[in-house]
Design a protein around this ligand. Structure first.
Ligand code: UTP
Length: 408
């Protein structure tokens, strides 16, 4: 891109400040900045003024979940069906580890966080150990795809190498990078992280399948005969990955996606709940849940919207190929964004200071026409590490791990 075209593009989106230091840069820096400008989608910043990127919702009605009692009645059958699929190589795992984990506040990728007390217990290590449980049970390796971002790719891959993949077979671990998006002030003015670089952040976890495809990994998926992808978050240290019973249940109900859910701890818990929206599976985020929705009861007198998602989904791969060109809504998320101030100093803010633009995996559910919400026991499968202390923190995750018999 030439300087002239860059100026025109920036003017269109009121981002002229990006070139403020251009004349002071080396030739290499100039070229890099022009290239970054060319690759950046500045139109996302208009979402801030266009109503925070939230879309109008359709008609919301309850969805039937498969509850613990139904699961336990069929556990043997489901588990056998799931193990068969795993042994046939039809199931792979996808670890979403591209996030910045700003709430935890560590400079390293979240998976490198040591939640041990008397010995090191890294989050990545816990994930691999959980996967090993099923690998041992099924007697076969399971492919795992790991999504990183430009911000943590090197650190993540070197850590796995350094830790010798925690004993896992490296031939079955595949890293790929997600896309980045600019980060902006509340007024939509993109932040600079240096004189020659626009501040960027990973573009949310909704683009994972598109990024996997862009990385050329679909050929591996096709060649290996993988039909199901179990996608999960890096920060739930108790979760079951490639859980045979969950896989068997989703396959038996012939759904295109299964979603692990937990019963809400209380009506105000900040968790997205499963529902039908205009007759299709969907998720209502906690901030969209009205008083009326929270108080609606089903025929048994139970809360009708009572099952919260924990970011553990089993997707039918071919169905994802069909929907992957459909654009997902863009969410404007308030975050702490490191930036260069007017004085040219690099600042790492203590409090949120602007917006990032993210597409979310939960919006993919609505693009598929069948979903099985599958209930799991919260205390056994849900220990998210979002914060240092308090709710969903290192402290609460440690307590839950110990409660489940893990030595930390
Ligand atoms: P979170 O919503 O907790 O976001 O991610 P985060 O960016 O990691 O953390 P905070 O909000 O800054 O504290 C849920 C899951 O989605 C992944 C995360 O790595 C985590 O596994 N994720 C999130 C991505 O892979 N890419 C993203 O762009 C965002």
């Amino acid at each position: 891109m030439t300087l002239e075209t860059a100026k025109e593009l920036l003017a269109k989106y009121h981002q002229e400040h990006v070139l403020q230091y251009y004349d002071t840069l080396s030739d290499k820096e100039k070229a890099a900045l022009l290239e970054q400008i060319e690759q950046t989608d500045f139109s996302v910043t208009e979402q801030i003024t266009a109503g925070k990127g939230e879309q109008a919702r359709g008609v919301i009605t309850p969805i039937q979940a498969m509850t613990l009692s139904e699961i336990s009645e069929n556990a043997e059958n489901f588990t056998e069906t799931g193990l068969e699929a795993i042994r046939a190589g039809k199931v792979a795992a996808v670890l979403l580890a591209g996030g910045m984990g700003t709430r935890l506040g560590s400079d390293n990728p979240k998976g490198m966080y040591d939640i041990g007390i008397t010995k090191p217990v890294y989050i990545f290590e816990r994930i691999i150990r959980n996967l090993f449980d099923v690998v041992d049970q099924a007697g076969t390796w399971i492919h795992m795809f790991v999504m990183t971002s430009d911000k943590n790719h090197e650190a993540t891959t070197s850590f796995f190498e350094q830790q010798k993949y925690f004993g896992y077979n490296p031939e079955y671990i595949h890293f790929f990078r997600q896309e980045m998006a600019p980060a902006a002030t509340y007024e939509g003015r993109v932040y600079m992280e240096s004189k020659s670089r626009i501040a960027t952040s990973p573009n949310g976890n909704g683009g994972w399948f598109a990024s996997l495809k862009r990385a050329g990994l679909l050929s591996l998926i096709h060649d290996a005969g993988i039909e199901w992808l179990n996608v999960f978050a890096v920060d739930n240290v108790l979760q079951r990955i490639a859980d045979p019973c969950f896989i068997g249940a989703t396959l038996s109900r012939k759904c295109k996606v299964g979603a692990k859910v937990v019963r809400k701890a209380d009506p105000d818990e900040k968790v997205g709940v499963m529902c039908l929206e205009d007759g299709r599976p969907s998720i209502v985020e906690y901030y969209e849940q009205t008083e009326q929705l929270r108080n609606t009861r089903n025929a048994d007198g139970e809360p009708a919207y009572n099952f919260g998602v924990i970011l553990n989904y089993l997707f039918h791969e071919k169905s994802l190929e069909e929907i992957c060109d459909t654009a997902l809504p863009l969410h404007v998320v308030e975050k702490k964004i490191p930036y260069m101030n007017e004085a040219g100093e690099f600042i790492k803010p203590e409090e949120p200071n602007g917006c990032k633009f993210e597409s979310l995996i939960l919006d993919m559910i609505h693009l598929l026409d069948t979903c099985l919400p599958y209930e799991v026991v919260r205390e056994k499968e849900f220990a998210p590490v979002k914060n240092k202390t308090g709710i969903d923190s290192v402290e609460s995750a440690r307590a839950l791990l110990q409660q489940n018999g893990y030595t930390l």
